[in-house]
Ligand binder design. Structure first.
Ligand code: C2E
Ligand code: MG
Ligand code: MG
Ligand code: MG
Length: 292
């Protein structure tokens, strides 16, 4: 990792650094190509209403099946896209494809659901996400109430004035907004009142330990109460077990998503699921005798 700047502007790189830099450039070129030529995919994870077990939404999650490297996860290629300026093209494609797909499901007569799209902080601070959203809705014909935009709590905090302005304008379009990974981004809670949002998504790190760690349980309960106190819905992500589900239901959490019900699915598999109108059958739910 030796880098020497010579007096006449020469630069010497250690060979392995050169190799890594070249590999990165390679990957960057591949990503640019994938965005342009339909090489990315979206998977959809169902979101479930905890009162009745129905599918009410789908979170669209980007996937990159790389021709030589196999599947690359968004945790790897989203930061790359942010660093090399591809996030706008990528974000525009994800938004358009999600809206187009949801509109198609509606035209097939499937039960209407909301599609939730993840946005990067850069789309709020350095790009016109409001204009992009308005244009995408217009061009795909999806009604705004069937689109939700997600932004992580830490991204929202990174430029609060920009975020507050953008959420206000997005509300004007009638789309829904949620704060993702809530509980990990150190919000100044007083600012929540100024965000024009609809839902808090409880980070999966709290859900994971819900049953065995009293502090996780306390945080989840507090987030649910906070959400309801502010007239917001609470959704838990990363629900994997029946015990987690039971805890969330008994603490009035509104919605959930996670492997317990379904992993993120290819569009065609999600369509089959939606068509089946499969419900989450709540375990241990005894039909209580009518109290009279
Ligand atoms: P996220 O928005 O918080 O998405 C939830 C992540 O948890 C997804 O990972 C999902 O596959 C995973 N997950 C869902 N249920 C479970 C479960 O029961 N257990 C466990 N252990 N994990 C579960 P994924 O798809 O790898 O996405 C990672 C992150 O990448 C997302 O976190 C999101 O922040 C970002 N991302 C994904 N797609 C996009 C996109 O189109 N645009 C942007 N800007 N970011 C994206
Ligand atoms: Mg998300
Ligand atoms: Mg999340
Ligand atoms: Mg996350």
């Amino acid at each position: 990792k030796i880098k020497v700047s010579g007096g006449q502007g020469f630069r010497f790189y250690a060979p392995e650094m050169n190799a890594r830099a070249l590999e990165r450039l390679d990957l960057e070129a591949d990503l640019r190509d994938a965005i342009k030529n339909g090489g990315l995919a979206l998977h959809y994870q169902p979101q479930i209403d905890l009162r009745n077990g129905q599918i009410i939404g789908a979170e669209a999650l980007a996937r990159w099946p790389h021709p030589r490297r196999g599947w690359i996860s968004p945790g790897d290629f989203i930061p790359l896209a942010e660093e090399c300026g591809l996030i706008w093209a990528l974000g525009a494609w994800v938004l358009r494809e999600s809206c187009r797909q949801n509109k198609e499901w509606q035209q097939l007569g499937l039960p209407p659901i909301t599609v939730a799209v993840n946005l990067s902080a850069l789309q709020f601070t350095a790009g016109d996400v409001v204009e992009l959203t308005a244009k995408t809705l217009r061009e795909t014909g999806l009604a705004p109430e069937y689109l939700e935009l997600e932004i992580t709590e830490s991204a929202a905090m990174s430029d609060m004035p920009a975020f507050i302005t953008a959420t206000q304008r997005l509300k004007g379009l009638s789309v829904s907004l949620s704060i993702d990974d809530f509980g990990t981004g150190f919000s100044s809670l007083s600012y929540l009142r100024q965000f024009h949002i609809d839902r808090l998504k409880i980070d999966q790190s709290f859900v994971r330990d819900i049953v065995h760690d009293p502090s996780s349980a306390a945080i989840i309960t507090a987030i649910i109460n906070l959400a309801h106190g502010l007239n917001l819905a609470a959704i838990a992500e990363g629900v994997e077990t029946e015990a987690q589900l039971q805890f969330l239901r008994s603490h009035d959490c509104d919605e959930m998503q996670g492997y317990y019900f379904s992993r993120p699915l290819a569009a065609s598999d999600f369509e089959v699921l939606l068509r089946s109108e499969r419900l989450l059958v709540f375990p241990n739910e005894t039909l209580a005798p009518q109290r009279t």
